[in-house]
Design a protein around this ligand. Structure first.
Ligand SMILES: N[C@@H](CCC(=O)N[C@@H](CS)C(=O)NCC(=O)O)C(=O)O
Length: 235
């Protein structure tokens, strides 16, 4: 039996969505973030990096969401969610499967950490921390956002793929299981940066997830349902 070591509000949502789509039996072992927002130390026993997601499948332990997504599609997909093996769909899937964790998530995480610094600074130093980190954000991070989110990048690609999935097929592929999480984060917590194509994409993903998670015993835990308007509408 597959066990998903799931940390609340984390990339592990990717794995739960994929397992539901694959209709593979699995169990969730839930971990709660600490007050500092980190994973609890129990997760270190499964993954020496102490990060989620991690799965165990019989005697295999596998971390890194991209690796887990590819492993599960390869082993349990029976042809489902396979990307094309050549041509533009192949390259788009390859690119976006890696871009999600290689470029997009690091930018979002840096922004979250920079934004958090003032509130974690001793009260009297807070104005100074706030000034320094908002300047750093402006200088170092903000110039990157339009490059990622402009009409020339993700948005243009989403407009181009008629079916709405990153590899251009009728079904999601690893690129979508990887990209949905950062795009949901942008659309729900930094909506001023989201473009119409991103919003449409996230709605497509969420309305698909609703089918799987509506009656799921751990729905709120799995997907942080409060961010999912499609789910609320159905429920
Ligand atoms: N690139 C890794 C990132 C894993 C990661 O950073 N997970 C976060 C949750 S989204 C985590 O475990 N954070 C808790 C911590 O760092 O203590 C992946 O895609 O699996």
């Amino acid at each position: 039996m597959i066990i998903v070591h799931h940390l609340n509000n984390s990339r592990s949502q990717r794995i739960l969505w994929l397992l539901e789509e694959l209709e593979v039996p699995y169990q969730i072992k839930a971990y709660e973030r600490t007050a500092e927002g980190l994973a609890p130390k129990e997760l270190l026993a499964i993954n020496p990096l102490g990060k989620s997601p991690v799965i165990t499948d019989e005697d295999l332990t596998l971390a890194e969401s991209g690796a887990i997504v590819e492993y599960l599609i390869g082993k349990y997909g029976n042809g489902k969610f396979q990307a094309p093996t050549s041509g533009p769909g192949y390259l788009d899937n390859l690119y976006y499967s890696h871009y999600a964790e290689g470029s997009l998530m690091p930018l979002l995480v840096q922004k979250i950490i920079f934004d958090m610094v003032p509130s974690k600074t001793p009260f009297l130093l807070r104005p100074i921390a706030s000034m320094i980190f908002s300047n750093l954000t402006k200088m170092l991070l903000m110039p990157s956002f339009p490059k990622h989110f402009s009409m020339e990048s993700i948005d243009k690609h989403l407009e181009k793929v008629q079916t709405g999935w990153f590899a251009g097929g009728e079904e999601p592929t690893s690129a979508d299981f990887q990209m949905a999480f950062p795009l949901e984060a942008v659309v729900t917590v930094a909506s001023e940066m989201a473009t119409p194509a991103m919003v449409k994409y996230v709605e497509r993903v969420q309305s698909r997830q609703v089918i799987h998670f509506l009656f799921h015993p751990f729905a709120d835990l799995c997907l942080q349902i409060k961010f999912r308007p499609a789910y609320k509408r159905v429920r």
